[in-house]
Design a protein around this ligand. Structure first.
Ligand SMILES: NC(=O)c1ccc[n+]([C@@H]2O[C@H](COP(=O)([O-])OP(=O)(O)OC[C@H]3O[C@@H](n4cnc5c(N)ncnc54)[C@H](O)[C@@H]3O)[C@@H](O)[C@H]2O)c1
Length: 272
């Protein structure tokens, strides 16, 4: 049985690849040998990822290119798929990573609910529908959907984003069920707090402070690194994960293993 993590000769489409986590995923796939098409609405950021990685990746890595794509636009998704197949001869890997954090909790108006669910959830389906023929033709077809630790816990002031991520976890199981006959594996990853554009912005670029804030609720005592998330994705889409489908992979530093007692001895408090 093939157990290789090598992705040489494969083609991947990564939506939302223009910021830090996306870049980490794109880099991991390209370093494993895949040609990667970054599909993002952010033209400047997406092109910068392609240009930076072309200069930084070691010899033997796959090519990284950028195609400006709004994932909520079906015509753009069709053009993305057709352009990728024309350039690379097929599509083996789809990583649905694009997301919006649009969320005002209880106060979120209907229009924002629909916008956020369209970006985070429905567009994953639309891309898989558009790429289905190409994936079916691949002998190594794999999809990874990005969900989050937010899919299974309540977080103050957030209603839309966690609901979208919970739906993605279930969508992944449905996709895996119905696409198995086409030889397409489908899994999701659930990152914990990860060094990302939003954390960079909120902390003023202070990663040490971000680690300190995250420490009490991650067993690793720090935020994850985008390359660590990329490594999990690269494994899941490789032949080494050929027995894995319909699963959600925690890439969360132990966040989801920790209960309300956190990582401190609570029982001894009874004897105090
Ligand atoms: N940041 C974290 O700690 C964390 C934790 C758990 C899960 N995640 C998940 O990881 C993924 C990346 O998160 P991030 O923090 O890097 O987010 P981010 O906002 O930095 O990146 C999201 C990307 O999606 C793109 N995008 C948004 N709308 C789009 C559209 N309509 N069409 C195409 N592209 C569009 C954005 O331009 C951006 O490049 C998301 O799925 C997120 O839910 C992040």
């Amino acid at each position: 049985m093939p157990v290789s993590t090598d992705l040489t000769g494969r083609t991947a489409v990564v939506t939302g690849g223009a910021t830090l986590i996306g870049r980490g995923v794109v880099a991991a796939l390209a370093e494993a040998g895949a040609n990667v098409v970054v599909a993002d609405i952010d033209e400047t950021g997406g092109q910068a990822v392609a240009d930076d990685l072309a200069a930084a990746l070691p010899t033997g890595s796959g090519a990284v290119t950028f195609t400006r794509t709004d994932v909520t636009d079906d015509a753009a998704l069709t053009a993305l798929v057709e352009g990728t197949v024309a350039a690379h001869g097929g599509i083996d890997i789809v990583v649905n990573l694009a997301a919006t954090y649009l969320d005002e909790g209880f106060a979120t108006p209907r229009a924002d609910w629909l916008t956020a669910l369209d970006v985070n959830l429905v567009s994953m389906v639309a891309l898989v529908q558009a790429a289905h023929g190409a994936l079916k033709d691949s002998e190594h077809a794999a999809i990874v959907n990005f969900t989050s630790i937010s899919s299974s816990v309540a977080q103050t002031g957030r209603w839309v984003y966690p609901a979208s991520k919970a739906a993605i976890a279930q969508l992944t199981r449905s996709m895996a069920m119905d696409l198995a006959a086409d030889g397409i594996r489908v899994n999701s990853v659930s990152p914990g707090w990860t060094w990302s554009a939003i954390m960079d912005g909120l902390s003023g670029g202070d990663r040490a402070k971000t680690d300190r804030v995250a420490a009490p609720f991650h067993l690793t005592g720090r935020v994850g690194d985008p390359r660590e998330i990329g490594a999990v994705v690269a494994f899941l889409v490789s032949d080494a994960a050929s027995v894995v489908t319909g699963a959600d992979w925690a890439a969360d530093g132990g966040y989801s293993a920790m209960g309300p007692e956190q990582a401190v001895p609570a029982i001894p408090l009874l004897a105090e």
